[in-house]
Design a protein around this ligand. Structure first.
Ligand code: AMP
Length: 390
């Protein structure tokens, strides 16, 4: 039996972005210490952690020293090598373990795992050469999406191919990296399920299916519960997610992102073996957030209730673009009732960079979505505004 890791212990996090920051805040609230490891200084996680190691992920001696100083290692960044997770595992339990990371950090391995286990995935084919791509386009048809197998997130490293004469340019744009070709799915909507599995007895907890809208391949707004899918589709998404966590033997939090086709079929787009952007609303909207659940799961404690405090919630990302005309108008936005602001402590607001998010609570999903969008709108300073200001 797993001995629980109790408050007062030190939790190690590989990675130091906003996911680690929100994990660290949840952990510290429960009396844990947090030690983050990443190549960055003054990071979103480092700012709120008890200790910050600044080293490269492939500095295995630094990883070993880090693992010696903590009681458990988890992560918020999944592109950590198998060598690094094995080095950490010499000294502390790594949860979820390195094999989960290995499967999910490469699109091809992930899709093969899912397809072999009988989970529904977007039709795909491996691409290592232009000849492979030609053959794959022949099978999957147009349009199709070419994605790098490794190190892709938020639409980075992917191109849509509409016609045969676009294939060569798309292939060369990936710089010869191993890739996957996917059939383009003309989806009706996108949903995700964030769920957790405990270390003790494999208990499973989830926050239901939520609906996601993307802009430029980056998550824009999440609405919970998913408003446009029938209850049976939402239930099926949860059951598929349960199956994925069990088959991968996950201890921790994992998110499954789905496309919902016009005919109501669910296809898995991708997995994230950690808390996910589409679960940020749980901090304000639920008894237990996805981050507290990660703490509980990796510490071998009972999972918390995922009940909603209000019937519905919506989350809107705040990207760096919002800073284009100066600091957003926080004071006006904070006058909106039932809306909460989260900022990640990032100094530089680059376009497309996730700087923070807003969560709105309401009685219906539609009302929550409207409220969060309206609040975000007032944040953006328009240039015209400044010109006309008396
Ligand atoms: P990804 O980085 O694979 O999660 O892709 C980001 C977003 O791009 C997805 O959430 C979709 O909105 C869109 N996308 C990616 N792959 C496909 C596909 N095969 N068919 C249709 N849309 C896609």
């Amino acid at each position: 039996m797993t001995t629980p890791i109790l408050p007062g212990a030190t939790l190690g996090v590989l990675g130091s972005g906003q996911l680690g920051r929100m994990f660290a805040i949840a952990a510290r609230q429960m009396g844990y210490r947090v030690h983050t490891f990443s190549p960055d200084r003054d990071s979103p996680t480092g700012q709120v952690a008890d200790a910050e190691t600044v080293a490269e992920y492939d500095d295995l001696d630094a990883v070993r020293r880090f693992a010696q100083s903590v009681d458990v290692v988890t992560f918020e960044f999944e592109n950590v090598s198998a060598e690094a997770t094995s080095a950490a595992a010499e000294y502390a339990p790594v949860r979820p373990d390195g094999s989960v990371l290995h499967t999910t950090q490469n699109r091809l391995r992930e899709k093969r795992f899912l397809a072999d286990a009988g989970f529904p995935v977007t039709p795909f084919a491996p691409v290592r050469s232009l000849a492979d791509l030609d053959a794959a386009l022949g099978t999957l048809g147009y349009p199709a999406v070419l994605k790098t197998a490794g190190f892709g997130y938020d639409g980075k490293g992917q191109t849509k191919i509409q016609r045969r004469d676009e294939a060569a340019a798309a292939f060369h744009s990936l710089g010869g990296a191993e890739a996957v070709l996917e059939a383009f799915v003309p989806f009706a909507c996108e949903v995700s399920v964030v769920a957790a599995r405990g270390a003790l007895d494999g208990t499973f907890a989830h926050w239901g299916a939520v609906q996601n809208a993307h802009e430029r391949h980056i998550l824009d707004v999440t609405v919970a519960p998913a408003a446009s899918v029938p209850p049976e589709t939402a239930r099926e998404a949860v059951e598929i997610t349960r199956g994925v966590l069990e088959t991968l033997n996950v201890v921790g939090v994992l998110c499954v992102e789905f496309f919902v086709t016009e005919s109501g079929k669910l296809l898995i787009n991708e997995l994230a073996p950690r808390p996910h952007n589409s679960g940020h609303f749980t901090i304000d909207a639920c008894v237990t957030s996805q981050f507290e659940q990660q703490v509980r799961a990796v510490c071998g404690l009972p999972l918390g209730s995922t009940a909603f405090l209000r019937p519905a919630a919506a989350m809107a990302n705040l990207l760096g673009d919002l800073w284009a005309n100066g600091e957003p108008d926080w004071a006006t936005a904070l006058a909106f009732a039932d809306v909460k602001l989260h900022l990640y402590g990032k100094a530089e607001a680059r376009p497309g960079r996730k700087m923070g998010h807003l969560t709105a609570l309401a009685d219906t999903a539609e009302e929550a979505a409207e409220k969060v969008r309206a609040t975000r709108k007032v944040l953006k300073k328009e240039t015209d505004d400044r010109i006309h200001r008396p």
